[in-house]
Ligand binder design. Structure first.
Ligand SMILES: Cc1ncc(COP(=O)(O)O)c(C=O)c1O
Ligand SMILES: [Zn+2]
Length: 387
């Protein structure tokens, strides 16, 4: 066991492991802290390399105590694809695509939910609830089914059909809500104590972000422990951005990578861009976005509890934040599909559109190595993309 304690990044309050936790009393998300010296003594890069190709190859960097509680469907260690034709279109030395569509339920949400459901199992939780903009609901339903837990999923009623269908087929109790993901979260908050649900909302428990962190660990390993110059990430609740950044500092502390970090770019949709707005105004917190609208359902997050952590990552890394339009996302889905043979989701398309703009502006230079994500399969959005 290498996790040491759970700490609030805002007020520094500490919590012991082995307790069921949601937010800190100050309202901040909580983060797991590890005994990194112990990890350094216990494991070498070559040990990790010889393990199975799932995110559990980094088990020392994860909070689960007993292997018997691991709830896994083979998530993580997704391919890093050398996108030569996109790179040449953008006149950039290197573009890699981390293809998260190749996770068990077709999105990167599987990382966070495999770890969070494993922890829930270890803590004896039997009923879990999640508000979801789309993919997280499907993913939670699959992992809860595998763990033998009851799942309660709340989604906006116009969430892609694939997400609704998969949640129901995995046996979750699905509630469609006339509202957005924050409204779904509110309904869970109101009912959870009476119903005995554990609330798995983004960053409202400390373990999903640990699963997302493994994207950062994998990128480092897959690139020979040398990070790219720029990482572009489609940002909703922000666990990916926050998790990868946490992973990089853990790797540096144990000496597996140096101090050089990628510039972290948050891309959002023109129709819902609270982080971009807060970043450009120099604020530490984001204002709730009114009338959020975009086909990138994963980016339709008007308010995020980890907003201040995302803004810290963007600034500390000397990154940036920008938004793109829905038609740009769709055009890039076509472009990436034709050039690289990958069916991007709209959120992934947003990353390609952001790279196109940043390359045109010279913010990304020709000599740089850039990593983008396809966070889910385009097949999940077939109702919006067909025709
Ligand atoms: C496909 C896809 N991409 C990106 C995001 C945003 O991810 P995060 O919550 O890590 O910011 C989501 C979230 O729902 C998503 O489903
Ligand atoms: Zn606190």
């Amino acid at each position: 066991m290498f996790a040491k304690e759970i700490v609030c990044p805002r007020c520094q309050k500490k919590f012991s492991l082995g307790k069921v936790l949601n937010l800190c009393s100050c309202g901040s998300p909580l983060l797991v802290r590890y005994d990194l010296r112990k990890i350094k003594r216990a494991v070498k890069k070559s040990d990790v390399k010889s393990r199975p190709a799932t995110l559990w190859r980094y088990r020392e960097f994860l909070p689960l105590r007993a292997e018997k509680n691991r709830v896994s469907l083979g998530e993580g260690f997704t391919p890093l694809i050398d996108a030569k034709r996109l790179a040449s279109e953008f006149h950039i030395k290197k573009v890699w695509i981390k293809d998260e569509a190749q996770n068990p339920t077709g999105s990167f949400k599987d990382r966070g939910l495999s770890v969070a459901i494993s922890m829930a199992k270890e803590l004896g939780i039997k009923k879990v609830a999640i508000p979801s903009a789309g993919n997280a609901g499907g993913s939670l339903s699959a992992y809860a089914a595998r763990a033998g837990m009851e799942a309660y999923v709340f989604m906006p009623q116009d969430t892609p059909r694939a997400n609704q269908t998969e949640a129901a087929r995995y046996g979750a109790n699905l509630t469609l809500v006339d509202g957005l993901v924050n409204d779904c979260g509110r309904l869970i908050a109101e009912r959870k104590s009476a119903e005995g649900w554990f609330d798995l909302s983004t960053l409202k428990e400390p373990y999903r972000v640990e699963g997302k962190k493994t994207m950062g660990l994998e990128i480092a390993e897959q690139l020979g422990w040398k990070l790219p110059d720029v990482i572009i990430y489609p940002t909703g609740g922000g666990t990916g951005l926050i998790g990868m950044w946490k992973g990089f500092s853990e790797l540096e502390e144990i000496g597996w990578i140096g101090s050089k970090r990628p510039r972290m770019v948050s891309v959002q949709a023109d129709g819902c861009a609270p982080i971009v707005h807060a970043y450009s105004e120099g604020r530490d917190r984001a204002e709730p976005w009114i009338n959020a609208r975009t086909i990138a359902s994963g980016l339709r997050v008007p308010q995020a509890v980890g907003d201040f952590l995302m803004l810290q990552v963007i600034r500390e890394s000397k990154g940036t934040a920008l938004s793109v339009s829905d038609p740009e996302m769709v055009a890039e889905i076509d472009r990436a599909g034709r050039l690289e043979g990958l069916f991007f989701c709209p959120e992934g398309g947003a990353g390609v559109a952001a790279l196109r703009r940043l390359a045109q502006r010279g913010w990304v230079k020709a000599s740089e190595r850039v990593l983008i994500f396809n966070t889910a399969s385009g097949l999940k959005y077939i109702d919006a993309l067909a025709g």
